[in-house]
Design a protein around this ligand. Sequence first.
Ligand SMILES: [Zn+2]
Length: 211
Amino acid sequence: MVPLDEMPMTPHTRPGRIEIVAGVMFSGKSEELIRRVRRALIAKHRVRVFKSHLDERYEGVYRVSSHTGVSVEAEPIDRAEEILRAIGDADDIDVVAVDEVQFLDAGIVEVATHLAERGVRVILTGTDTDFRGEPFGMMGHLMAIAEEVTKLQAICVVCGDLACRNQRLVNGMPARWDMPVVMVGGSESYEARCRRCFRIPRHDEDQVALL
Ligand SMILES: [Zn+2]
């Protein structure tokens, strides 16, 4: 038998893996994804970058951009299966990176698992909790099945502590618990806040009293 360290690294024997970069908004997730993609490109790895269509900040859907202005090319997708369709049965892909994974359907679990089993390094970034502080989309599931999870925190804009929550504001007031997780065309904004400064009024509570 050939010892493991003498086996040729063909595409079929590469060790695949799933890496998750999770955290609240403004925690530097996209910057971290860009950093990993750039390092993979320097190593001459073949990389495909995808991005959920729902996110149209900054340079639009064709780039992954960080708040600090750096960006990489990305292909927009609406559904997880589009990743496999875009790649086809190409054996020459080393890295697949996906940004804003929390907006994708449950199929992302199967897609990521399938790619890792094919020997692909899968890097997924996403907001792990929604505006209620609850697991966002499939992020919790993906964090459980990943080889490596990096959880980033932002800075609380109220007290300066580390922030682990996305505070949704509607017209400057904390959004109520019964609002939809994804708002389309609303006049909402978000702040990074710590657990203590996070506010999520229930429908039977007075929002003003909680401010
Ligand atoms: Zn705080």
